[in-house]
Design a protein around this ligand. Structure first.
Ligand code: CP3
Length: 341
Protein backbone atom coordinates (compact mmCIF):
# COMPACT_ATOMS: atom_id res chain seq x y z
CA UNK A 1 0.00 0.00 0.00
CA UNK A 2 2.86 2.45 0.77
CA UNK A 3 3.68 2.39 -2.94
CA UNK A 4 0.17 3.28 -4.11
CA UNK A 5 0.02 6.16 -6.58
CA UNK A 6 -2.02 8.39 -4.21
CA UNK A 7 0.37 7.92 -1.27
CA UNK A 8 3.39 8.38 -3.54
CA UNK A 9 1.96 11.69 -4.76
CA UNK A 10 1.37 12.80 -1.15
CA UNK A 11 5.10 12.25 -0.58
CA UNK A 12 5.99 14.04 -3.88
CA UNK A 13 7.39 10.88 -5.44
CA UNK A 14 6.98 10.34 -9.21
CA UNK A 15 3.82 8.50 -10.32
CA UNK A 16 2.80 6.92 -13.66
CA UNK A 17 -0.31 9.15 -13.75
CA UNK A 18 -1.92 11.84 -11.58
CA UNK A 19 -4.10 10.33 -8.83
CA UNK A 20 -7.61 11.71 -8.37
CA UNK A 21 -10.29 11.48 -5.68
CA UNK A 22 -13.17 13.87 -5.01
CA UNK A 23 -14.33 15.54 -1.85
CA UNK A 24 -17.86 14.29 -1.00
CA UNK A 25 -17.41 11.47 -3.51
CA UNK A 26 -19.95 9.41 -1.53
CA UNK A 27 -23.09 11.53 -1.48
CA UNK A 28 -26.54 12.33 -2.73
CA UNK A 29 -25.56 12.75 -6.41
CA UNK A 30 -25.11 8.96 -6.47
CA UNK A 31 -28.16 6.65 -6.78
CA UNK A 32 -26.45 3.94 -4.70
CA UNK A 33 -26.04 6.43 -1.83
CA UNK A 34 -29.65 7.63 -2.05
CA UNK A 35 -30.80 4.01 -1.85
CA UNK A 36 -28.85 3.45 1.39
CA UNK A 37 -30.21 6.76 2.75
CA UNK A 38 -33.76 5.42 2.34
CA UNK A 39 -32.92 2.92 5.06
CA UNK A 40 -30.93 5.26 7.39
CA UNK A 41 -31.06 8.87 8.56
CA UNK A 42 -27.79 10.72 7.89
CA UNK A 43 -26.45 10.57 11.48
CA UNK A 44 -27.71 7.02 11.81
CA UNK A 45 -25.70 6.11 8.73
CA UNK A 46 -22.57 7.72 10.21
CA UNK A 47 -23.10 5.65 13.37
CA UNK A 48 -23.57 2.38 11.48
CA UNK A 49 -20.09 1.03 10.56
CA UNK A 50 -21.25 -1.64 8.09
CA UNK A 51 -23.41 0.83 6.11
CA UNK A 52 -20.80 3.62 6.29
CA UNK A 53 -18.15 1.19 5.01
CA UNK A 54 -20.44 0.08 2.19
CA UNK A 55 -21.07 3.66 1.07
CA UNK A 56 -17.32 4.39 1.19
CA UNK A 57 -16.40 1.39 -0.95
CA UNK A 58 -19.28 1.76 -3.44
CA UNK A 59 -18.16 5.29 -4.36
CA UNK A 60 -14.66 4.02 -5.21
CA UNK A 61 -16.02 1.18 -7.32
CA UNK A 62 -18.48 3.38 -9.19
CA UNK A 63 -15.99 6.18 -9.96
CA UNK A 64 -12.62 4.46 -10.37
CA UNK A 65 -10.89 7.02 -8.11
CA UNK A 66 -7.47 6.45 -6.52
CA UNK A 67 -8.42 6.92 -2.86
CA UNK A 68 -11.39 6.25 -0.60
CA UNK A 69 -12.53 8.66 2.13
CA UNK A 70 -14.29 7.21 5.13
CA UNK A 71 -17.99 8.06 5.25
CA UNK A 72 -18.51 10.25 8.33
CA UNK A 73 -18.88 13.99 9.03
CA UNK A 74 -16.69 16.69 10.55
CA UNK A 75 -19.48 17.58 12.99
CA UNK A 76 -19.50 14.16 14.71
CA UNK A 77 -16.81 15.54 17.06
CA UNK A 78 -19.37 18.05 18.40
CA UNK A 79 -21.97 15.40 19.27
CA UNK A 80 -20.43 13.97 22.50
CA UNK A 81 -19.80 17.55 23.73
CA UNK A 82 -23.57 17.71 24.24
CA UNK A 83 -24.15 20.47 21.67
CA UNK A 84 -27.29 18.80 20.29
CA UNK A 85 -26.21 17.91 16.74
CA UNK A 86 -29.02 17.21 14.27
CA UNK A 87 -29.42 17.08 10.50
CA UNK A 88 -32.90 18.03 9.32
CA UNK A 89 -33.83 16.92 5.79
CA UNK A 90 -32.83 19.56 3.25
CA UNK A 91 -31.83 21.98 6.00
CA UNK A 92 -28.13 21.28 6.71
CA UNK A 93 -26.67 20.74 10.18
CA UNK A 94 -28.02 22.30 13.40
CA UNK A 95 -26.46 22.57 16.86
CA UNK A 96 -29.37 23.00 19.22
CA UNK A 97 -27.26 24.22 22.14
CA UNK A 98 -24.78 26.68 20.56
CA UNK A 99 -21.95 28.30 22.54
CA UNK A 100 -22.63 32.06 22.69
CA UNK A 101 -20.97 33.13 25.96
CA UNK A 102 -17.91 32.01 27.97
CA UNK A 103 -20.36 30.49 30.50
CA UNK A 104 -21.69 28.19 27.79
CA UNK A 105 -18.24 26.55 27.63
CA UNK A 106 -18.73 25.10 31.10
CA UNK A 107 -21.67 23.03 29.79
CA UNK A 108 -19.51 21.25 27.21
CA UNK A 109 -18.61 17.70 28.21
CA UNK A 110 -15.00 16.87 27.50
CA UNK A 111 -14.57 13.27 26.40
CA UNK A 112 -12.10 10.71 25.09
CA UNK A 113 -12.44 10.50 21.29
CA UNK A 114 -10.98 6.98 21.22
CA UNK A 115 -14.09 5.87 23.18
CA UNK A 116 -16.88 8.19 22.12
CA UNK A 117 -15.95 8.10 18.41
CA UNK A 118 -14.80 4.47 18.34
CA UNK A 119 -17.62 3.72 15.88
CA UNK A 120 -15.74 5.70 13.20
CA UNK A 121 -12.70 3.51 13.85
CA UNK A 122 -14.92 0.48 13.28
CA UNK A 123 -16.17 2.00 9.97
CA UNK A 124 -12.52 2.42 8.95
CA UNK A 125 -11.72 -1.23 9.78
CA UNK A 126 -14.68 -2.48 7.79
CA UNK A 127 -14.07 -0.12 4.83
CA UNK A 128 -10.45 -1.18 4.69
CA UNK A 129 -11.51 -4.82 4.60
CA UNK A 130 -13.98 -4.03 1.79
CA UNK A 131 -11.35 -2.16 -0.20
CA UNK A 132 -9.01 -5.17 0.11
CA UNK A 133 -5.91 -3.11 -0.66
CA UNK A 134 -7.26 -1.69 -3.94
CA UNK A 135 -6.86 1.98 -2.89
CA UNK A 136 -5.76 3.79 0.29
CA UNK A 137 -8.37 5.03 2.78
CA UNK A 138 -8.39 8.65 3.95
CA UNK A 139 -9.55 9.51 7.48
CA UNK A 140 -10.55 13.08 8.29
CA UNK A 141 -11.64 15.66 10.83
CA UNK A 142 -12.68 19.32 10.89
CA UNK A 143 -10.15 21.95 11.95
CA UNK A 144 -10.74 23.78 15.26
CA UNK A 145 -11.79 27.06 13.60
CA UNK A 146 -14.39 25.48 11.31
CA UNK A 147 -15.76 23.30 14.13
CA UNK A 148 -15.95 26.31 16.46
CA UNK A 149 -17.85 28.26 13.79
CA UNK A 150 -20.60 25.59 13.75
CA UNK A 151 -20.63 25.33 17.53
CA UNK A 152 -20.99 29.09 18.00
CA UNK A 153 -23.32 29.87 15.06
CA UNK A 154 -25.47 26.79 15.72
CA UNK A 155 -25.24 25.82 12.03
CA UNK A 156 -23.83 27.09 8.75
CA UNK A 157 -23.22 30.81 8.32
CA UNK A 158 -22.50 33.44 5.69
CA UNK A 159 -20.93 36.22 7.76
CA UNK A 160 -19.67 34.38 10.89
CA UNK A 161 -21.07 37.23 12.96
CA UNK A 162 -21.41 35.24 16.22
CA UNK A 163 -18.08 33.48 15.70
CA UNK A 164 -16.09 36.66 15.14
CA UNK A 165 -17.96 38.52 17.90
CA UNK A 166 -17.07 35.73 20.33
CA UNK A 167 -13.45 35.82 19.14
CA UNK A 168 -13.11 39.58 19.63
CA UNK A 169 -15.06 39.86 22.91
CA UNK A 170 -13.81 36.75 24.67
CA UNK A 171 -10.33 35.92 23.38
CA UNK A 172 -9.44 33.81 26.43
CA UNK A 173 -12.58 31.70 26.21
CA UNK A 174 -12.04 31.45 22.44
CA UNK A 175 -8.56 30.01 22.93
CA UNK A 176 -9.85 27.63 25.62
CA UNK A 177 -12.57 26.39 23.26
CA UNK A 178 -10.21 25.94 20.30
CA UNK A 179 -7.65 24.28 22.58
CA UNK A 180 -10.30 21.76 23.61
CA UNK A 181 -11.33 21.13 19.98
CA UNK A 182 -7.68 20.74 18.91
CA UNK A 183 -7.10 18.08 21.61
CA UNK A 184 -10.23 16.18 20.60
CA UNK A 185 -9.36 16.35 16.88
CA UNK A 186 -5.78 15.19 17.45
CA UNK A 187 -6.94 12.21 19.53
CA UNK A 188 -9.68 11.43 17.00
CA UNK A 189 -7.23 11.44 14.08
CA UNK A 190 -4.73 9.27 16.00
CA UNK A 191 -7.53 6.78 16.65
CA UNK A 192 -8.33 6.76 12.91
CA UNK A 193 -4.70 5.95 12.05
CA UNK A 194 -4.69 3.16 14.64
CA UNK A 195 -7.86 1.79 12.98
CA UNK A 196 -6.14 1.73 9.56
CA UNK A 197 -6.46 5.15 7.88
CA UNK A 198 -3.65 5.43 5.29
CA UNK A 199 -3.77 9.24 5.10
CA UNK A 200 -5.65 12.07 6.86
CA UNK A 201 -7.35 15.26 5.75
CA UNK A 202 -8.02 18.25 7.99
CA UNK A 203 -11.02 20.25 6.68
CA UNK A 204 -10.84 23.94 7.54
CA UNK A 205 -13.66 24.64 5.11
CA UNK A 206 -14.65 28.10 6.34
CA UNK A 207 -11.31 29.53 7.55
CA UNK A 208 -11.10 31.68 4.40
CA UNK A 209 -13.40 34.18 6.14
CA UNK A 210 -10.43 35.23 8.34
CA UNK A 211 -7.86 37.88 7.47
CA UNK A 212 -4.25 36.65 7.60
CA UNK A 213 -3.72 38.55 10.88
CA UNK A 214 -6.81 36.97 12.45
CA UNK A 215 -5.74 33.53 11.21
CA UNK A 216 -2.35 34.02 12.91
CA UNK A 217 -3.91 35.23 16.14
CA UNK A 218 -6.99 33.02 16.48
CA UNK A 219 -6.56 29.84 14.45
CA UNK A 220 -3.02 28.88 13.43
CA UNK A 221 -1.73 27.47 16.73
CA UNK A 222 -4.89 25.39 17.17
CA UNK A 223 -4.68 23.85 13.70
CA UNK A 224 -1.04 23.09 14.39
CA UNK A 225 -2.00 21.40 17.69
CA UNK A 226 -4.74 19.41 15.94
CA UNK A 227 -2.12 18.09 13.48
CA UNK A 228 0.63 17.60 16.05
CA UNK A 229 2.69 14.47 15.38
CA UNK A 230 0.40 13.10 12.65
CA UNK A 231 2.70 13.59 9.64
CA UNK A 232 5.13 11.17 11.29
CA UNK A 233 2.40 8.49 11.01
CA UNK A 234 0.70 9.03 7.62
CA UNK A 235 0.52 11.78 4.95
CA UNK A 236 -1.65 14.72 6.05
CA UNK A 237 -3.71 16.91 3.69
CA UNK A 238 -4.60 20.39 4.99
CA UNK A 239 -7.61 21.82 3.17
CA UNK A 240 -9.53 25.09 3.24
CA UNK A 241 -11.55 27.20 0.79
CA UNK A 242 -11.19 30.88 -0.08
CA UNK A 243 -7.66 30.62 1.28
CA UNK A 244 -5.81 32.41 -1.56
CA UNK A 245 -4.41 34.87 0.97
CA UNK A 246 -3.76 32.25 3.67
CA UNK A 247 -1.88 29.50 1.82
CA UNK A 248 1.56 30.15 3.39
CA UNK A 249 -0.09 30.22 6.82
CA UNK A 250 -1.92 26.92 6.24
CA UNK A 251 1.44 25.45 5.31
CA UNK A 252 2.96 26.89 8.48
CA UNK A 253 0.21 25.21 10.54
CA UNK A 254 1.06 21.83 9.03
CA UNK A 255 0.34 19.24 6.36
CA UNK A 256 2.29 17.36 3.71
CA UNK A 257 -0.30 18.30 1.08
CA UNK A 258 -2.06 21.68 0.92
CA UNK A 259 -5.55 21.91 -0.60
CA UNK A 260 -6.12 24.66 -3.18
CA UNK A 261 -9.55 25.84 -4.33
CA UNK A 262 -10.42 27.07 -7.84
CA UNK A 263 -10.10 30.76 -7.03
CA UNK A 264 -6.30 30.46 -7.49
CA UNK A 265 -4.27 29.21 -10.45
CA UNK A 266 -2.68 25.95 -9.33
CA UNK A 267 0.87 26.87 -10.44
CA UNK A 268 0.77 30.27 -8.74
CA UNK A 269 -0.65 28.74 -5.55
CA UNK A 270 1.97 25.97 -5.56
CA UNK A 271 4.79 28.53 -5.90
CA UNK A 272 3.36 30.49 -2.94
CA UNK A 273 2.99 27.33 -0.81
CA UNK A 274 6.46 26.12 -1.81
CA UNK A 275 7.42 23.19 -4.00
CA UNK A 276 8.55 21.25 -0.93
CA UNK A 277 4.87 20.51 -0.25
CA UNK A 278 2.41 18.55 -2.39
CA UNK A 279 -0.85 20.21 -3.54
CA UNK A 280 -4.40 18.95 -4.00
CA UNK A 281 -6.98 20.50 -6.32
CA UNK A 282 -8.38 22.49 -7.88
CA UNK A 283 -11.29 22.14 -10.32
CA UNK A 284 -14.41 24.25 -9.67
CA UNK A 285 -17.13 21.69 -8.67
CA UNK A 286 -19.53 23.50 -11.02
CA UNK A 287 -17.35 22.44 -13.96
CA UNK A 288 -19.02 19.04 -13.56
CA UNK A 289 -22.20 20.59 -14.99
CA UNK A 290 -20.39 21.37 -18.28
CA UNK A 291 -20.40 18.96 -21.28
CA UNK A 292 -17.76 16.17 -21.03
CA UNK A 293 -15.53 17.78 -23.69
CA UNK A 294 -15.39 20.98 -21.68
CA UNK A 295 -14.70 19.04 -18.44
CA UNK A 296 -11.79 17.37 -20.22
CA UNK A 297 -10.44 20.70 -21.50
CA UNK A 298 -10.52 22.20 -18.00
CA UNK A 299 -8.94 19.12 -16.42
CA UNK A 300 -6.12 19.43 -18.95
CA UNK A 301 -5.64 23.11 -18.06
CA UNK A 302 -5.06 22.13 -14.43
CA UNK A 303 -2.72 19.27 -15.35
CA UNK A 304 -0.79 21.71 -17.56
CA UNK A 305 -0.33 24.04 -14.62
CA UNK A 306 0.94 21.13 -12.48
CA UNK A 307 3.34 20.50 -15.39
CA UNK A 308 4.14 16.91 -14.39
CA UNK A 309 5.81 18.01 -11.16
CA UNK A 310 5.58 15.16 -8.62
CA UNK A 311 3.19 15.91 -5.76
CA UNK A 312 -0.10 16.85 -7.45
CA UNK A 313 -3.29 15.11 -6.34
CA UNK A 314 -6.23 16.00 -8.59
CA UNK A 315 -9.43 16.96 -6.77
CA UNK A 316 -12.19 19.53 -6.87
CA UNK A 317 -11.67 22.82 -5.08
CA UNK A 318 -14.59 21.86 -2.77
CA UNK A 319 -17.19 19.08 -2.45
CA UNK A 320 -19.37 17.66 -5.25
CA UNK A 321 -22.88 19.14 -5.37
CA UNK A 322 -25.91 16.81 -4.97
CA UNK A 323 -27.23 17.65 -8.49
CA UNK A 324 -24.00 16.56 -10.25
CA UNK A 325 -24.40 13.99 -13.09
CA UNK A 326 -22.46 10.83 -12.12
CA UNK A 327 -21.43 10.23 -15.74
CA UNK A 328 -19.64 13.59 -15.78
CA UNK A 329 -17.72 12.61 -12.64
CA UNK A 330 -16.63 9.40 -14.33
CA UNK A 331 -15.64 11.38 -17.42
CA UNK A 332 -13.44 13.59 -15.24
CA UNK A 333 -11.72 10.62 -13.57
CA UNK A 334 -11.03 9.02 -16.96
CA UNK A 335 -9.78 12.31 -18.45
CA UNK A 336 -7.33 12.91 -15.58
CA UNK A 337 -6.00 9.36 -15.83
CA UNK A 338 -5.60 9.47 -19.62
CA UNK A 339 -4.24 13.00 -19.99
CA UNK A 340 -1.65 12.58 -17.20
CA UNK A 341 -0.39 9.11 -18.18
O1 CP3 B 1 -16.30 13.06 1.11
C1 CP3 B 1 -16.94 12.04 1.42
O2 CP3 B 1 -17.51 11.30 0.58
C2 CP3 B 1 -16.91 11.60 2.87
C3 CP3 B 1 -17.98 12.05 3.68
C4 CP3 B 1 -18.10 13.49 4.15
C5 CP3 B 1 -19.35 14.05 4.48
N1 CP3 B 1 -19.15 15.26 5.06
C6 CP3 B 1 -20.64 13.39 4.25
C7 CP3 B 1 -21.87 14.20 4.22
C8 CP3 B 1 -17.14 14.46 4.45
C9 CP3 B 1 -15.64 14.41 4.22
C10 CP3 B 1 -17.82 15.55 5.05
C11 CP3 B 1 -17.12 16.74 5.58
C12 CP3 B 1 -17.91 17.91 5.98
N2 CP3 B 1 -19.10 17.95 6.61
C13 CP3 B 1 -17.48 19.23 5.83
C14 CP3 B 1 -16.16 19.64 5.25
C15 CP3 B 1 -16.16 19.50 3.79
C16 CP3 B 1 -16.74 20.67 3.09
O3 CP3 B 1 -17.67 20.44 2.29
O4 CP3 B 1 -16.26 21.77 3.30
C17 CP3 B 1 -18.47 20.08 6.33
C18 CP3 B 1 -18.46 21.60 6.33
C19 CP3 B 1 -19.49 19.27 6.84
C20 CP3 B 1 -20.73 19.68 7.53
C21 CP3 B 1 -21.92 19.25 6.79
N3 CP3 B 1 -22.37 17.94 6.72
C22 CP3 B 1 -22.80 20.05 6.04
C23 CP3 B 1 -22.65 21.55 5.84
C24 CP3 B 1 -23.78 19.19 5.54
C25 CP3 B 1 -24.99 19.58 4.74
C26 CP3 B 1 -24.54 19.67 3.32
C27 CP3 B 1 -25.67 19.43 2.38
O5 CP3 B 1 -25.31 19.42 1.19
O6 CP3 B 1 -26.82 19.24 2.79
C28 CP3 B 1 -23.47 17.89 5.92
C29 CP3 B 1 -24.22 16.67 5.57
C30 CP3 B 1 -23.48 15.64 4.79
N4 CP3 B 1 -22.24 15.18 5.09
C31 CP3 B 1 -23.97 14.90 3.68
C32 CP3 B 1 -22.97 13.99 3.32
C33 CP3 B 1 -23.03 12.95 2.25
C34 CP3 B 1 -25.35 15.05 3.04
C35 CP3 B 1 -26.34 14.52 4.02
C36 CP3 B 1 -27.43 13.65 3.45
O7 CP3 B 1 -27.15 12.49 3.04
O8 CP3 B 1 -28.57 14.08 3.48
Amino acid sequence: MADHVFLRACRRQPTPFTPIWLMRQAGRYMAEYRAVRERFGFLELCHHPAAAAEVTVTAVERLGVDAAIIFADILLVLEPLGAGLAFAAGDGPRLHRPVRTPDDLARLQSYDPADALAYVGESIRQARAGLAGRVPLIGFAGAPFTLASYLIEGGGSRQYLHTKSFMYHHPQAWHRLLGLLARLVNGYLRMQVAAGADALQLFDSWVGCLSPDDYREYALAHSRAALDGLSALVPVIHFGTDTGGLLPLLREAGGDVIGVDWRSDLDTAWAVIGHDRAVQGNLDPLTLFAPPAEIRRRAKAILDRAAGRPGHIFNLGHGILPQTPVDNVRALVDAVHELSA
